[in-house]
Design a binder for this molecule. Structure first.
Ligand SMILES: CC(C)(COP(=O)(O)OP(=O)(O)OC[C@H]1O[C@@H](n2cnc3c(N)ncnc32)[C@H](O)[C@@H]1OP(=O)(O)O)[C@@H](O)C(=O)NCCC(=O)NCCS
Length: 337
């Protein structure tokens, strides 16, 4: 277990990009179909609308659009990418990885490519692996992706989950950095943790190799995501607090120095609890769950990208990323922009 900021930073984010499907689905759409209301959804979650992909739009398509934006911003070509690390809970196919499909779409012929299955913190897990690949000398330039088509695994007849999720993708170009000055830019710390004992509180029972897709699975709708919302909520609040503390401690900074908290966008009440624990007022917290719902591994890059475009993050900003999800998995990072 690494303790503190030894030789960091090794790596910095030099380009960001996002992609969301054009179709906007608001809460009224669900209220017309399920026993729910705009008021309930806004009050309990903070979500007002989300993007839903059409059936032909793949996770690799969304990833490609996001990646091309990020590559343009970073000023790199596809041939310069040494590694593609893609966090997703909704791969287009179970084999091969969506990262390999994306490699083809981008023409990243010199890269190694693989997926990471870590649910909502998938982007932070991928970022951490990217930093490790760079620190070990395996890669100079790594493309980190968080991309999801959650609409494909959401039971649209289940009001307790249908209203929560959305589709989208985010990408970051992460490059080896040569630290300069006393406050060099880059990834200052990361923290990852899991507790598989709580896996059945948020899971897809069917459709995997233990219960392959069959008439039975389809009839039971067990290929769709199931969640014990209240228990997940409580665990998320505790884990996000631990993750915030750890990333801050490992970066050798204080919460007061953090310019912007960019938390996983699952529920505005979880975000508020995380900010309160860290002692950060909401004007130093990025919230866009109202526009996109919970996009799992795409959520952090969607929020990060918006914060940069809105000028809430600029050169020298200290940013705290924190996420929690199925597994359970949780993780965090402190990045100096
Ligand atoms: C799902 C979530 C919004 C539900 O909010 P909640 O305040 O915990 O609500 P509960 O689950 O306790 O349900 C309260 C009531 O609302 C009802 N309800 C659930 N979904 C509803 C909906 N869409 N519309 C109206 N009522 C709904 C429940 O059936 C329950 O009714 P009951 O009291 O008669 O049994 C909340 O638990 C949550 O956000 N959990 C974490 C989700 C999450 O972060 N998941 C991913 C991790 S990354």
């Amino acid at each position: 277990m690494s303790e503190g900021p030894l030789r960091r930073p090794f790596a910095a984010i030099t380009g960001l990009g996002v992609a969301v499907p054009p179709r906007v689905v608001d809460n009224a759409w669900f209220a017309e179909r399920l026993d729910t209301s705009d008021e309930w959804i806004v009050e309990r979650t903070g979500i007002r609308e989300r993007r839903i992909a059409d059936p032909t739009q793949t996770v690799a398509d969304l990833s490609r659009e996001a990646a091309e934006h990020a590559m343009r911003e970073a000023g790199i070509t596809a041939a310069e990418i040494d590694a593609i690390v893609l966090g997703t809970a909704t791969p287009d196919r179970l084999l091969p990885s969506t990262a390999c499909d994306l490699q083809v779409l981008l023409g990243a012929v010199n890269a190694t490519a693989f997926d990471i299955s870590a649910a909502c913190p998938g982007f932070i897990y991928a970022l951490t692996v990217a930093e490790g690949l760079i620190a070990s000398g395996q890669s100079r330039t790594t493309l980190v992706i968080g991309a999801e088509k959650l609409s494909a695994i959401t039971d649209m007849q289940d009001r307790s989950t249908a209203i929560l999720f959305g589709d989208g993708a985010g990408a970051a170009v992460v490059r080896r950095t040569e630290p300069t000055g006393d406050k060099p830019r880059g990834i200052l710390s990361t923290f990852l943790k899991s507790d598989g004992r709580l896996g059945n509180l948020l899971y897809r029972p069917g459709g995997g190799s233990s219960d392959p897709l069959s008439e039975k699975v389809l009839a039971e709708r067990s290929h769709y995501l199931r969640m014990s919302g209240r228990e997940v909520f409580k665990a998320a609040v505790i884990a996000m607090a631990e993750a915030s503390d750890e990333a801050i401690r490992r970066a050798g900074v204080t919460a007061d120095e953090i310019d912007l908290l960019v938390p996983h966008q699952a529920n505005v009440r979880i975000i508020e609890a995380t900010a309160k624990h860290a002692g950060m007022p909401m004007d130093r917290v990025m919230v866009n769950v109202d526009r996109y719902g919970n996009t799992s591994s795409a959520s952090i890059p969607l929020a990060l990208d918006q914060a940069v475009r809105e000028g809430r993050i600029g050169p020298g900003s200290l940013v705290l990323l924190v996420a929690f999800g199925a597994g359970f998995t949780w993780g965090s990072a402190v990045v100096r922009w």
